[in-house]
Design a protein around this ligand. Structure first.
Ligand code: NCD
Length: 310
């Protein structure tokens, strides 16, 4: 039996929540999955709650997913988008604080290019904060929906072997996934070129493998990440073509493995780089299930946080 309440007021990162919190979010998301598959998809759970979605970085999936989750829960939703080019660290966040205070919102869903932006905001405003990605730091709801999708497909996360392939150095999805999967008892490996795997990673208790085929033969699940070119200030590998040859997953490799693995991707996909189209669209891929589960997970997070309000 999971706990009845979350142990935190905000969802800033997986590092701040425990296994009971994750189980509670999953059980709540199970119920919301039933709701979103009904002809009438809206429930009144967040009526009279105002949520601001504040995105300082581009997003398609995550923003749509949060907005849908909020609307399915009958919240009042306001959107605030700023192009990343206009962001100048402290100043813009202080502006954000003042805007939020003036709008009298109850919850803020924020994506920001700087690590720790959500933490900063949570110290200055009363509203509850959900981190929708802060720089290369954390992306907690992505990790929750990824682990939830593994649980749905394989029955549980505990004891499963998951390899995260690609740009670990610049990926908030990788960090949040590692923490979430470990809290649920999975074994985690990271795989990619040496330049894209930070040295500290083994201190998190993950295996490191530079050979893609070995990594894939070890795992039950492969989570293929996008190369975060927008965060790369220097060249970490010779060319995207060479990266694809060394670390791209294609159908031939998939079919040559000893067992049938599950393929995941948080999106957006760069078809032909980290994953080919025939793999992305194959029976082994659960990419679209991840997107569907994202709405249920975000409904669960928002609902549980709202019931923590004082
Ligand atoms: C990820 C992100 O923004 O961190 N995407 C997402 O949230 N769906 C991963 C990525 O951009 O590659």
């Amino acid at each position: 039996m999971a706990a009845e309440k979350l142990s935190t007021r905000h969802l800033l990162g997986i590092k701040d929540i425990n296994r009971d919190d994750i189980e509670l979010i999953f059980e709540t998301a199970d119920n919301f999955k039933d709701v979103i598959n009904r002809p009438i998809k809206r429930v009144p759970s967040l009526r009279d709650i105002t949520i601001a979605n504040i995105f300082f970085e581009n997003s398609t999936r995550t923003k749509l997913s949060f907005e849908l989750a909020e609307k399915r829960l009958s919240a009042d939703v306001v959107n605030f988008a700023a192009s990343s080019s206009s962001v100048s660290k402290g100043e813009t966040l202080i502006d954000t604080v003042n805007n939020i205070l003036a709008m009298k919102v109850d919850m803020v869903v924020m994506r920001h290019p700087y690590a720790g932006a959500g933490q900063f905001l949570s110290r200055h405003i009363k509203a509850q904060i959900v981190n929708a990605g802060d720089g290369a730091h954390e992306h907690p709801t992505q990790a929750l929906l990824d682990a939830f999708s593994i649980r749905q497909k394989l029955g549980s996360v505990a004891g499963k072997k998951v390899v995260i392939v690609g740009d670990i150095l610049h990926s908030r999805v990788a960090i949040s996934n590692i923490l979430c999967l470990q809290k649920l008892g999975a074994e985690v490996m990271v795989c990619g070129p040496t330049t894209l795997i930070p040295k500290y990673i083994s201190s998190l208790g993950v295996k490191v493998e530079h050979d893609l085929i070995k990594a894939l033969n070890w795992c039950d699940v492969a989570n293929m990440l996008r190369i975060q070119l927008e965060r790369q200030d220097i060249k970490y590998f010779p060319s995207l073509r060479e990266y694809a040859m060394m670390y791209g997953l294609n159908k031939q490799i998939l079919n040559s493995l000893d067992k049938e693995i599950i393929v995941m991707h948080p999106g957006p996909i760069n078809r032909g780089v980290e994953i080919t189209s025939d793999v992305a669209d194959s029976k082994q891929s659960i990419i679209l299930e991840q997107v569907e589960n994202g709405v249920a997970i975000r409904m669960a997070v928002l609902y549980l946080l709202a019931s923590q309000r004082d």
